[in-house]
Design a protein around this ligand. Structure first.
Ligand SMILES: [Zn+2]
Length: 315
Protein backbone atom coordinates (compact mmCIF):
# COMPACT_ATOMS: atom_id res chain seq x y z
CA UNK A 1 0.00 0.00 0.00
CA UNK A 2 1.40 3.38 -0.93
CA UNK A 3 1.49 5.78 2.02
CA UNK A 4 1.95 9.31 0.79
CA UNK A 5 4.38 11.53 2.68
CA UNK A 6 5.01 8.91 5.36
CA UNK A 7 8.32 7.38 4.26
CA UNK A 8 10.10 7.93 7.56
CA UNK A 9 7.35 6.54 9.73
CA UNK A 10 6.74 3.64 7.36
CA UNK A 11 10.41 2.67 7.47
CA UNK A 12 10.34 2.81 11.26
CA UNK A 13 7.26 0.58 11.47
CA UNK A 14 8.72 -1.84 8.92
CA UNK A 15 11.85 -2.10 11.03
CA UNK A 16 9.91 -2.76 14.22
CA UNK A 17 7.72 -5.31 12.48
CA UNK A 18 10.73 -7.08 10.99
CA UNK A 19 12.02 -7.64 14.53
CA UNK A 20 8.60 -8.98 15.49
CA UNK A 21 8.18 -6.15 17.97
CA UNK A 22 5.04 -4.36 16.88
CA UNK A 23 3.34 -3.29 20.13
CA UNK A 24 -0.02 -4.87 20.88
CA UNK A 25 -1.63 -1.45 21.34
CA UNK A 26 -0.70 1.44 19.08
CA UNK A 27 -1.88 5.04 19.10
CA UNK A 28 -1.60 7.04 15.88
CA UNK A 29 -1.88 10.75 16.55
CA UNK A 30 -1.89 13.54 13.99
CA UNK A 31 -3.90 16.28 12.35
CA UNK A 32 -7.33 15.57 10.90
CA UNK A 33 -6.96 14.14 7.41
CA UNK A 34 -3.24 13.42 7.63
CA UNK A 35 -3.69 9.74 6.74
CA UNK A 36 -4.06 7.97 10.09
CA UNK A 37 -6.63 5.52 8.77
CA UNK A 38 -4.44 4.47 5.84
CA UNK A 39 -1.61 3.96 8.26
CA UNK A 40 -3.85 1.87 10.52
CA UNK A 41 -4.61 -0.33 7.51
CA UNK A 42 -0.91 -0.62 6.78
CA UNK A 43 -0.14 -1.66 10.34
CA UNK A 44 -2.94 -4.22 10.13
CA UNK A 45 -1.21 -5.58 7.03
CA UNK A 46 2.09 -5.75 8.91
CA UNK A 47 0.32 -7.80 11.58
CA UNK A 48 -1.56 -10.13 9.26
CA UNK A 49 0.36 -10.44 6.00
CA UNK A 50 3.26 -12.64 7.02
CA UNK A 51 5.29 -11.15 4.19
CA UNK A 52 6.03 -7.56 5.26
CA UNK A 53 2.72 -6.08 4.16
CA UNK A 54 3.33 -7.27 0.62
CA UNK A 55 0.18 -5.65 -0.72
CA UNK A 56 -0.41 -8.62 -3.02
CA UNK A 57 -1.74 -11.43 -0.84
CA UNK A 58 -5.42 -11.91 -0.03
CA UNK A 59 -4.99 -10.56 3.51
CA UNK A 60 -3.31 -7.38 2.31
CA UNK A 61 -5.86 -6.77 -0.42
CA UNK A 62 -8.80 -7.38 1.88
CA UNK A 63 -7.40 -5.02 4.48
CA UNK A 64 -6.80 -2.31 1.89
CA UNK A 65 -10.49 -2.44 0.98
CA UNK A 66 -11.75 -2.74 4.55
CA UNK A 67 -12.99 -6.23 3.82
CA UNK A 68 -10.88 -8.35 6.17
CA UNK A 69 -13.02 -10.13 8.75
CA UNK A 70 -10.32 -9.85 11.44
CA UNK A 71 -9.69 -6.14 11.06
CA UNK A 72 -12.53 -4.37 12.78
CA UNK A 73 -13.05 -0.64 12.41
CA UNK A 74 -15.11 -0.13 15.52
CA UNK A 75 -16.46 3.35 14.92
CA UNK A 76 -17.67 2.46 11.45
CA UNK A 77 -19.18 -0.74 12.82
CA UNK A 78 -21.12 1.35 15.33
CA UNK A 79 -22.53 3.53 12.59
CA UNK A 80 -19.97 6.33 12.82
CA UNK A 81 -20.41 7.19 16.48
CA UNK A 82 -19.34 5.56 19.74
CA UNK A 83 -22.09 4.72 22.17
CA UNK A 84 -21.99 2.58 25.27
CA UNK A 85 -24.21 -0.43 24.71
CA UNK A 86 -23.15 -1.21 21.13
CA UNK A 87 -19.53 -0.69 22.19
CA UNK A 88 -19.96 -3.25 24.97
CA UNK A 89 -21.30 -5.66 22.35
CA UNK A 90 -18.17 -5.19 20.25
CA UNK A 91 -15.96 -5.70 23.30
CA UNK A 92 -17.76 -8.93 24.18
CA UNK A 93 -17.00 -10.21 20.68
CA UNK A 94 -13.28 -9.82 21.25
CA UNK A 95 -13.24 -13.24 22.91
CA UNK A 96 -14.24 -14.86 19.64
CA UNK A 97 -11.17 -16.23 17.89
CA UNK A 98 -9.99 -14.80 14.56
CA UNK A 99 -11.56 -16.06 11.33
CA UNK A 100 -8.48 -16.38 9.17
CA UNK A 101 -5.18 -16.03 10.97
CA UNK A 102 -3.87 -15.80 14.49
CA UNK A 103 -4.79 -12.22 15.18
CA UNK A 104 -7.78 -9.95 15.37
CA UNK A 105 -7.18 -6.24 15.10
CA UNK A 106 -9.52 -3.67 16.56
CA UNK A 107 -9.15 -0.17 15.21
CA UNK A 108 -10.66 2.56 17.36
CA UNK A 109 -10.79 5.52 15.05
CA UNK A 110 -11.07 9.02 16.46
CA UNK A 111 -10.53 7.68 19.96
CA UNK A 112 -10.59 11.26 21.21
CA UNK A 113 -14.32 11.30 20.45
CA UNK A 114 -14.88 8.51 22.96
CA UNK A 115 -16.10 9.62 26.37
CA UNK A 116 -14.05 8.71 29.44
CA UNK A 117 -16.65 5.99 30.13
CA UNK A 118 -16.15 4.48 26.70
CA UNK A 119 -12.41 4.54 27.22
CA UNK A 120 -12.72 3.01 30.67
CA UNK A 121 -14.72 0.18 29.18
CA UNK A 122 -11.72 -0.67 26.99
CA UNK A 123 -9.18 -0.49 29.72
CA UNK A 124 -9.28 -4.04 30.99
CA UNK A 125 -9.07 -5.39 27.47
CA UNK A 126 -5.89 -3.47 26.78
CA UNK A 127 -4.37 -4.16 30.17
CA UNK A 128 -4.72 -7.89 29.90
CA UNK A 129 -4.99 -8.52 26.21
CA UNK A 130 -5.80 -11.99 24.98
CA UNK A 131 -3.10 -13.52 22.76
CA UNK A 132 -5.12 -12.98 19.61
CA UNK A 133 -5.89 -9.29 20.09
CA UNK A 134 -4.18 -6.16 18.76
CA UNK A 135 -5.41 -2.58 19.07
CA UNK A 136 -4.88 0.51 17.00
CA UNK A 137 -6.22 3.87 18.15
CA UNK A 138 -6.24 7.05 16.12
CA UNK A 139 -6.75 10.54 17.45
CA UNK A 140 -6.13 14.21 16.80
CA UNK A 141 -6.05 15.39 20.38
CA UNK A 142 -4.05 13.16 22.70
CA UNK A 143 -5.10 15.19 25.74
CA UNK A 144 -8.60 13.72 25.42
CA UNK A 145 -7.30 10.19 25.87
CA UNK A 146 -7.25 8.90 29.43
CA UNK A 147 -3.86 8.68 31.08
CA UNK A 148 -4.57 5.05 31.91
CA UNK A 149 -4.96 4.28 28.21
CA UNK A 150 -2.00 6.41 27.15
CA UNK A 151 0.25 4.54 29.53
CA UNK A 152 -0.62 1.27 27.80
CA UNK A 153 -0.26 2.24 24.18
CA UNK A 154 2.77 3.06 22.06
CA UNK A 155 2.25 6.37 20.32
CA UNK A 156 3.40 7.17 16.82
CA UNK A 157 2.98 10.71 15.57
CA UNK A 158 1.72 10.72 12.02
CA UNK A 159 3.23 13.56 9.99
CA UNK A 160 1.18 15.74 7.66
CA UNK A 161 1.17 14.52 4.10
CA UNK A 162 2.61 17.69 2.59
CA UNK A 163 1.63 19.52 -0.58
CA UNK A 164 3.77 17.51 -3.01
CA UNK A 165 2.85 14.06 -1.73
CA UNK A 166 -0.82 15.02 -1.54
CA UNK A 167 -0.81 16.24 -5.14
CA UNK A 168 0.92 13.01 -6.15
CA UNK A 169 -1.68 10.95 -4.32
CA UNK A 170 -4.56 12.74 -6.01
CA UNK A 171 -3.05 12.49 -9.47
CA UNK A 172 -2.25 8.80 -8.93
CA UNK A 173 -5.93 8.29 -8.20
CA UNK A 174 -6.86 9.82 -11.53
CA UNK A 175 -7.26 13.52 -10.80
CA UNK A 176 -5.83 15.80 -13.48
CA UNK A 177 -2.30 16.76 -12.40
CA UNK A 178 -2.86 20.50 -12.45
CA UNK A 179 -6.14 20.24 -10.54
CA UNK A 180 -4.41 17.93 -8.04
CA UNK A 181 -1.68 20.49 -7.47
CA UNK A 182 -4.20 23.32 -7.13
CA UNK A 183 -6.30 21.48 -4.59
CA UNK A 184 -3.31 20.29 -2.65
CA UNK A 185 -2.07 23.87 -2.36
CA UNK A 186 -5.50 25.09 -1.31
CA UNK A 187 -5.67 22.60 1.53
CA UNK A 188 -2.02 22.58 2.54
CA UNK A 189 -1.65 18.95 1.49
CA UNK A 190 -4.65 17.56 3.34
CA UNK A 191 -5.85 14.61 1.26
CA UNK A 192 -9.20 14.21 3.02
CA UNK A 193 -10.16 17.81 2.46
CA UNK A 194 -9.15 17.65 -1.19
CA UNK A 195 -11.30 14.57 -1.58
CA UNK A 196 -14.25 16.28 0.08
CA UNK A 197 -14.10 18.89 -2.68
CA UNK A 198 -13.66 16.28 -5.41
CA UNK A 199 -16.60 14.31 -4.10
CA UNK A 200 -18.81 17.27 -4.83
CA UNK A 201 -20.85 18.87 -2.08
CA UNK A 202 -20.72 22.52 -1.24
CA UNK A 203 -17.16 22.87 0.04
CA UNK A 204 -16.03 25.16 -2.77
CA UNK A 205 -19.01 27.39 -2.26
CA UNK A 206 -18.33 27.64 1.46
CA UNK A 207 -14.69 28.42 0.80
CA UNK A 208 -15.71 31.10 -1.64
CA UNK A 209 -17.97 32.64 0.97
CA UNK A 210 -15.12 32.58 3.49
CA UNK A 211 -12.92 34.30 0.91
CA UNK A 212 -15.63 36.91 0.33
CA UNK A 213 -15.87 37.60 4.05
CA UNK A 214 -12.09 37.85 4.32
CA UNK A 215 -11.89 40.11 1.27
CA UNK A 216 -14.47 42.45 2.80
CA UNK A 217 -12.53 42.50 6.07
CA UNK A 218 -9.38 43.30 4.09
CA UNK A 219 -11.17 46.27 2.48
CA UNK A 220 -12.30 47.46 5.93
CA UNK A 221 -15.80 47.04 4.57
CA UNK A 222 -18.04 46.46 7.55
CA UNK A 223 -21.22 46.29 5.54
CA UNK A 224 -19.69 43.90 3.00
CA UNK A 225 -18.43 41.67 5.81
CA UNK A 226 -21.86 41.54 7.36
CA UNK A 227 -23.61 40.77 4.12
CA UNK A 228 -21.11 38.05 3.16
CA UNK A 229 -21.59 36.49 6.59
CA UNK A 230 -25.36 36.39 6.18
CA UNK A 231 -25.08 34.62 2.81
CA UNK A 232 -25.09 31.40 4.79
CA UNK A 233 -27.94 28.98 4.90
CA UNK A 234 -28.06 26.68 7.86
CA UNK A 235 -25.86 26.15 10.86
CA UNK A 236 -23.56 23.47 9.49
CA UNK A 237 -22.66 25.59 6.49
CA UNK A 238 -22.11 28.55 8.75
CA UNK A 239 -19.78 26.60 11.01
CA UNK A 240 -17.77 25.26 8.04
CA UNK A 241 -17.51 28.72 6.52
CA UNK A 242 -16.24 30.18 9.77
CA UNK A 243 -13.72 27.34 10.01
CA UNK A 244 -12.43 28.27 6.55
CA UNK A 245 -12.44 31.95 7.44
CA UNK A 246 -10.38 31.12 10.52
CA UNK A 247 -7.70 29.60 8.31
CA UNK A 248 -7.49 32.71 6.17
CA UNK A 249 -7.17 34.88 9.27
CA UNK A 250 -4.53 32.53 10.64
CA UNK A 251 -2.64 32.87 7.39
CA UNK A 252 -2.96 36.66 7.66
CA UNK A 253 -1.41 36.45 11.10
CA UNK A 254 1.39 34.24 9.79
CA UNK A 255 2.09 36.73 6.99
CA UNK A 256 2.02 39.60 9.44
CA UNK A 257 4.61 37.79 11.57
CA UNK A 258 6.89 37.14 8.62
CA UNK A 259 5.67 33.61 7.91
CA UNK A 260 3.86 32.18 4.93
CA UNK A 261 0.22 31.59 4.06
CA UNK A 262 -0.68 27.92 3.85
CA UNK A 263 -4.22 27.74 2.55
CA UNK A 264 -6.64 29.01 -0.08
CA UNK A 265 -7.32 32.71 0.27
CA UNK A 266 -3.72 33.90 0.13
CA UNK A 267 -4.71 37.18 -1.53
CA UNK A 268 -7.34 37.86 1.10
CA UNK A 269 -4.90 36.96 3.86
CA UNK A 270 -2.40 39.33 2.27
CA UNK A 271 -4.80 42.27 2.33
CA UNK A 272 -5.81 41.61 5.94
CA UNK A 273 -2.13 41.39 6.90
CA UNK A 274 -1.47 44.68 5.13
CA UNK A 275 -4.38 46.56 6.68
CA UNK A 276 -4.51 45.43 10.30
CA UNK A 277 -2.10 45.22 13.19
CA UNK A 278 -1.00 41.94 14.68
CA UNK A 279 -3.17 42.65 17.70
CA UNK A 280 -6.21 43.39 15.57
CA UNK A 281 -5.75 40.18 13.63
CA UNK A 282 -5.44 38.25 16.88
CA UNK A 283 -8.74 39.84 17.94
CA UNK A 284 -10.32 38.71 14.68
CA UNK A 285 -9.06 35.22 15.21
CA UNK A 286 -10.57 35.20 18.68
CA UNK A 287 -13.89 36.42 17.35
CA UNK A 288 -13.87 33.73 14.66
CA UNK A 289 -12.99 31.02 17.17
CA UNK A 290 -15.84 32.16 19.35
CA UNK A 291 -18.23 31.84 16.45
CA UNK A 292 -16.84 28.44 15.51
CA UNK A 293 -17.07 27.15 19.01
CA UNK A 294 -20.77 27.66 18.89
CA UNK A 295 -20.83 30.08 21.77
CA UNK A 296 -22.56 32.72 19.77
CA UNK A 297 -24.38 31.23 16.88
CA UNK A 298 -27.14 29.80 18.97
CA UNK A 299 -28.30 33.39 18.67
CA UNK A 300 -29.79 34.43 15.39
CA UNK A 301 -27.58 35.21 12.46
CA UNK A 302 -28.12 38.98 12.57
CA UNK A 303 -26.88 39.14 16.16
CA UNK A 304 -23.97 36.84 15.41
CA UNK A 305 -22.98 39.00 12.48
CA UNK A 306 -23.24 42.17 14.52
CA UNK A 307 -21.10 40.62 17.23
CA UNK A 308 -18.42 39.53 14.81
CA UNK A 309 -18.22 42.79 12.88
CA UNK A 310 -18.06 44.83 16.08
CA UNK A 311 -15.18 42.69 17.28
CA UNK A 312 -13.39 43.04 13.95
CA UNK A 313 -14.02 46.71 13.25
CA UNK A 314 -14.79 48.01 16.72
CA UNK A 315 -17.94 49.92 17.59
ZN1 LIG B 1 0.49 -9.42 2.11
Amino acid sequence: MRLYGKDGLKARLDGIAAMGRLPHAILLSGHAGCGKKSLARYIAQLFLCGNNACGQCAACRNIEHDGHPDVIFVKALLGGKYSMEPLRGVLRDTVIKPNNGDLKIYVFEDADTMTPQHQNALLKLIEEPAEHLRFIFTCVNTSLILETILSRVTEFEVPDTGVNACAQCLSDSGVDAQRARELSEMFAGNISECRAVLDGGDEMKLIETAQNIAAAIGRHDKFGTASALTEQQGRDDFARTIEYLTRIIRDALALRCGGEAEFFGRNEAQSIAAGFSEEEILGMLDAAFELAENEIYNLNLALTTAYFTSKVFGG
